[in-house]
Ligand binder design. Structure first.
Ligand code: CO
Length: 221
């Protein structure tokens, strides 16, 4: 049976209002446990971490790391990409590194990422195809390894990991990160992958704290 238009409208209205009701509950619960909570948080932020993650609704930075509000500065886009000409990402990175003085930048991908899987295929989705093209560049760099994996799920998982690893490298190559290192700022850049099935984060072990291992052509003086 198809829902009538009125029923559909009623259901979406209820969902919409439930968000505002949820907020009221959040304020009540929070004040019950700490009456000064909002007062303290409103005084300012000094998060030690910048998170660059996927826009996927199932990968919320604070919840999956068990961190309270105020601890993680967040930038999310489809497929957690670091594109060196993306003004949005660069502005967030610049503010996080140079104003907030974060200690760590973490790129977090997730297995089963729709963006990465779409980039593996040839189906047009729309404008997003042009954004996902950057992931096809990751494929081009790792074609041999990816083509050698027969199982489609495993190949997709590895593609997710490589997309994170390349994003970490892209971050390190930015003038923002390199200047921070040059100026002696302690800054770690890391790559993680989250499993939607287990909730566990895997460290890709590509953490960088300087540009020593970077190809010469990318090093900025
Ligand atoms: Co995703």
């Amino acid at each position: 049976m198809c829902p009538t238009e009125d029923n559909f409208q009623q259901a979406t209205d209820e969902l919409y209002h439930s968000l505002l009701e949820g907020n009221k509950q959040f304020v009540k619960d929070t004040l019950d446990s700490d009456p000064q909570y909002f007062e303290k948080l409103a005084a300012g932020q000094s998060p030690p971490v910048l998170w660059i993650g996927c826009a996927d609704s199932r990968v919320p930075a604070n919840q999956i790391t068990n961190m309270p509000p105020g601890e993680i500065f967040v930038h999310r886009n489809i497929a957690n990409m670091v594109v060196h000409s993306d003004m949005n990402m660069l502005s967030v990175l610049d503010y996080a590194v140079n104003v907030l003085k974060v200690k760590h930048v973490v790129v977090t991908g997730h297995y089963g990422c729709g963006g990465v899987l779409a980039a593996m295929g040839n189906q047009q989705v729309g404008l997003i195809d042009n954004w996902l093209r950057h992931i096809k560049d990751v494929y081009r760099l790792h074609k041999e390894e990816l083509d050698s994996i027969d199982d489609a799920t495993e190949r997709g998982n590895r593609f997710v990991e490589l997309n994170v690893i390349e994003s970490v490298y892209n971050l390190c190559k930015t003038s923002i990160v390199q200047n921070a290192w040059k100026n002696g700022q302690k800054l770690g850049v890391h790559g993680w992958v989250y499993s939607l099935k287990t909730g566990i984060i895997t460290d890709m072990k590509v953490s960088a704290y300087d540009n020593e291992n970077m190809d010469t052509v990318f090093k900025l003086k």
